[in-house]
Design a protein around this ligand. Structure first.
Ligand code: FES
Length: 161
């Protein structure tokens, strides 16, 4: 079935397009909007939709999607968990947190837990270096983490909190 936006999301798309001097400049925010409306991933239908609405080639839109890691090219788990592994976080235990998440979730980086609840990723600096180590779950930051803190967060995700 072809991708379509709700009436509310259509209005947001029109507002996004009106904000920029040309339609091409609206490509990234339009893709974010459509990704969110499509269970957090950019399918071929979404690429075609955005290309058509912004009067761009599908190759251009696909190029944007494949360049930026914030666009998911396949359906992620219900939650996305990013472990920052840049310098400040690395010095304060990010690798231990990452390995702990892999063990707890039963996946390697880039994978989704077998229950489909969490996709595990690494991130470059999340701009919260002063409170390293940091993880991001969906749109929420968790800072100054211990392994016990990570366990509580993972328990909540697995239980659906
Ligand atoms: S290094 Fe992790 S937030 Fe900056």
């Amino acid at each position: 079935m072809a991708f379509a936006l709700s009436a509310e999301a259509e209005q947001k798309l029109n507002e996004i397009m009106a904000r920029y001097p040309n339609k091409m400049a609206a490509c990234i925010p339009a893709l974010h909007l459509c990704q969110e409306a499509n269970d957090n991933w950019v399918s071929d239908d979404v690429i075609e939709f955005v290309a058509q609405r912004l009067e761009l080639g599908t190759a251009h839109v696909k190029g944007v999607v494949t360049f930026y890691t914030l666009f998911n090219q396949k359906r992620p788990g219900k939650h996305q968990l990013w472990v920052c592994h840049t310098l400040s976080c690395a010095m304060r235990g990010a690798e231990d947190i990452l390995h702990h998440c892999e063990k707890r979730l039963g996946v390697h980086v880039g994978g989704t837990s077998p229950d489909g609840k969490v996709t595990l990723r690494t991130a470059e600096c999340l701009a919260a270096c002063g409170t390293a180590p940091v993880i991001q779950v969906d749109k929420t930051y968790y800072e100054n983490l211990s392994i016990a803190d990570v366990d509580r967060i993972l328990d909540g995700l697995v239980k659906g909190a």
